[in-house]
Design a binder for this molecule. Structure first.
Ligand SMILES: Cc1ncc(COP(=O)(O)O)c(C=O)c1O
Length: 389
């Protein structure tokens, strides 16, 4: 059978899922060892020993069987303790659901709330997987572009609310945001919560970068303002805080009323997260604060290096982000960010993600991940600034 007809026999939602634009540039740089790779959203520190050892102990103790779909009770308790510490209010374990990554939490959130004929409003630029997950669920994404201003990225809430129509089921907010670092203020959060409540919309809050907030402390959170028994879902992950991107474990926080639905959706997707990974996750939550603090300190240093190299340069538009661990920048006179990303791989030996991959508003920008060693970042910035002239 010809390939065309094979693809033609698939579901539209699957065929239409876009290639990840970030991986297009990675593919371009494949096989080149001389490139400083700042394109993917992860640090360069391996998972610390105390987390690895917890998994190893569990595996050796024979915890290698099928497990509870929603997560082992000990991990759900540890998540409740973690959120109680972080947000200064009390959380019960029964609202935390263990998922096979933040990506899986996003997928479950979409499957529960939006399907064919529905719309999901997402401020962009945004992590491309969010937009793709909504599309694969059958829904249509309505992007709302943020705008770059020299004092920081802005989200015009009136544009967000104007984008909501009769088919809208979900507003997805990522704060602090990948790739811009935009972080919602308490007032913005209040306005979004009030709007969603008034219109019966689901709010999905993606706060995976909440620990990486450079003004200090914990940034405003939907946990502080929303009715947690209402239509609010929180997506989170062990990937970023505890250097566990390769493990694939995360969590969804949702009203306990949804437990049976989630139990079913997890049963029929991953059938639960390996117990030994969950033991590692408990170690991360209970014993990982010093490690998180060191990760954040390192990212703050990375941010300083990148910003000092780029800010105030002729032709470069950029602003130090409030949160997350990325800085985006644009070069005056160059609109095609894909071409620029490829040229910088070839001509400067620096790998960055193209802004267009993140949806409307990202065009012309490149994203640098600065959760890296000072050495790598200094080298990358030296190469980049030499190239810029
Ligand atoms: C905004 C955002 N949400 C969720 C995730 C999911 O992370 P993971 O699937 O590694 O848990 C990422 C990863 O880059 C992200 O940037």
């Amino acid at each position: 059978m010809a390939e065309g007809s094979l693809l033609g026999a698939l579901r539209d939602e699957a065929v239409r899922a876009p290639n990840s634009g970030i991986y297009d540039v990675i593919a371009h740089g494949r096989g080149r060892d001389d490139v400083v790779r700042l394109w993917v959203g992860e640090g360069d520190t391996p998972t610390p020993d105390f987390i690895v050892e917890a998994a190893e102990r569990s595996m050796r103790a024979g915890e290698t069987f099928y497990t509870q779909q929603l997560g082992i009770p000990e991990l759900r308790e540890a998540l409740a303790r973690y959120h109680t510490r972080l947000h200064g209010r009390s959380f019960a374990a029964d609202r935390f659901f263990v998922t096979a990554s933040g990506m899986h939490a996003i997928e479950l959130a979409m499957r529960m709330t939006a399907g064919a004929g529905d719309e999901v409003v997402v401020p962009t630029p945004a992590w491309p997987n969010i937009l793709a997950a909504a599309g694969i669920a059958g829904a249509t994404v309505v992007p709302v572009p943020m705008s770059y201003a020299p004092d920081g990225w802005r989200l015009d809430l009136d544009r967000v609310f104007d984008a909501v129509g009769p088919r809208t089921r979900v507003i997805y907010v990522n704060t602090p945001a990948n790739p811009t670092g935009w972080t919602a203020t308490a007032d913005e959060i209040d306005a979004i919560v009030a709007f969603c409540e008034k219109h019966g919309l689901w709010l999905v809050s993606d706060e995976v970068y909440t620990r990486f907030y450079y003004p200090g402390g914990v940034p405003p959170s939907f946990y502080d303002r929303a009715d947690l028994e209402g239509r609010v879902l929180f997506v989170n992950t062990f990937s970023k805080n505890w250097a566990m991107t390769g493990w694939r474990v995360g969590w969804l926080s949702a009203p306990p009323e949804l437990a049976q639905i989630l139990e079913n959706l997890i049963q029929y997707s991953t059938t639960g997260v390996a117990v030994f990974m969950q033991r590692a996750a408990i170690a991360a939550l209970d014993d990982g604060e010093a490690f998180v603090a060191e990760q954040v300190r390192r990212a703050a240093e990375g941010r300083r290096i990148v910003n000092e190299a780029l800010a105030g340069r002729n032709r470069v538009r950029t602003v130090a982000p409030d949160g997350a661990f990325y800085q985006v920048f644009a070069v005056e006179g160059i609109d095609d960010d894909y071409a620029l990303a490829r040229r910088l791989v070839d001509e400067a030996g620096v790998g960055m993600a193209p802004g267009s991959a993140f949806g409307p508003g990202g065009e012309g920008f490149l994203r640098i991940c600065f959760a890296r060693s000072a050495n790598d970042l200094n080298e990358a910035m030296a190469r980049l600034t030499r190239w810029l002239g």
